[in-house]
Design a protein around this ligand. Structure first.
Ligand code: M7G
Length: 327
């Protein structure tokens, strides 16, 4: 399996040495590598608010300021892997919490490298990023083809997230070393790589995305009969190459598109079948195989039929639907 280095490595060490150490530049190549010896890039982070946290999912979404810029940090404890058990039991310290008959509970203190927290940093973060991660009430909207053209399309053209990170991947300016497979054909081709939600350390939460080379397809809504060869190609070669790299067969994968997506450049999600990935519910995920068959039955299926999706209470698109009397 691919050996990924953490994007931002916090450095160990004495605070008094901080001034002597070179400062970390998040835009330098070291952002993808080992930053040990450098001051932690997050040492200046000041929390404004915890946007969301979950004891069950063991994650926390934090809004704050990093070097005077708005930032969102996502901290997430990763699953325990079978391949580290030997070292975990041999090399950890055990502190007894309680003992009763045959029952004992401990606090186990593993060596630092077995105790990592996956950390995602978005900086500078826009207001839209902050909202995306805030816990909010959601409402289901039913969007007709006409609603899409008169309400949604003008809204997303004025408001959506930048897709610069997508172009960086397609142009090999970022994450080039993480690419699992590429079909370079500009009409039918795509880049397959690990989603940044997956740390690639275990297969139970396998998560890859296929990003198409074409830059003119915003979402599911744009797909029609002309795109069938592209969709069929993504499904076939995506599944084949996930099997080649990870040994996971097609019948152990969920392959789907989000509607609405966050990023309006066509991409397909490939996740482990048993993994309840965020956004894989029926209100947002559309299986690629259903999409292909729907278009085969009706060439303009996604232009003509209503699609439902959830919108957060503070989403501007929800206000647009309200203003248009569609809620
Ligand atoms: P989406 O359906 O547009 O939005 O999927 P969602 O984030 O609401 O699901 C975009 C997918 O791209 C998500 O699964 C993200 O985790 C993933 N993603 C987002 N960014 C900014 C990056 C990135 O920079 N690199 C990679 N590899 N994946 C990303």
């Amino acid at each position: 399996m691919a050996d990924t280095k953490h994007e931002l490595d916090a450095a160990d060490g004495n605070e008094n040495d901080a001034a002597k150490r070179p400062r970390y530049d998040p835009n330098s190549d070291q952002g993808n590598g080992d930053a040990s010896g450098l001051e932690s890039p997050l040492s200046g982070f000041k929390t404004t608010t915890v946007l969301r946290d979950s004891a069950r999912e063991k994650n926390m979404f934090i809004h704050g300021k990093l070097n005077d810029q708005e930032a969102v940090i996502i901290l997430e404890k990763t699953p325990i892997r079978e391949d580290i058990l030997l070292e975990l039991f041999r090399c950890s310290r055990l502190n007894l919490d309680m003992s009763n008959d045959i029952y004992r509970t401990y606090q186990l203190q593993p060596p630092a490298h077995l105790n990592e927290i996956k950390t995602t940093v978005i900086c500078p973060a826009t207001e839209k990023h902050v909202k995306k991660y805030q816990l909010q009430e959601t409402y289901l909207v039913e969007e007709s083809g006409e609603d899409y053209r008169s309400i949604t399309l003008p809204y997303i053209q004025s408001q959506s997230f930048s897709v610069q990170w997508v172009y960086n991947i397609l142009d090999k300016k970022a994450e080039a070393e993480r690419i699992v497979y590429e079909d370079p054909d500009q009409e039918l081709g795509f880049v397959l790589l690990p989603d940044f939600k997956w740390d690639q350390k275990q297969l139970n939460d396998l998560y890859l995305i296929a990003i198409v080379h074409r830059r003119d397809i915003k979402s599911l809504r744009d797909l029609n009969v002309l795109h069938l060869p592209l969709l069929i190609n993504i499904r076939k070669k995506g599944e084949e190459n996930i099997f080649k790299r990870y040994g996971v067969t097609a019948n152990k994968l969920k392959v789907y598109l989000h509607y609405q997506p966050s990023y309006y450049h066509l991409h397909v999600h490939f996740t482990a079948l048993s993994y309840e990935a965020p956004g894989c519910g029926v209100e947002r995920a559309h299986l690629l195989s259903d999409v292909i068959q729907n278009i085969q039955l009706d060439y303009e299926y996604y232009q003509s039929r209503s699609l439902s999706f959830p919108l957060r209470a503070d989403d501007g698109l929800l206000s647009k639907f309200r203003e248009a009397g569609r809620l």
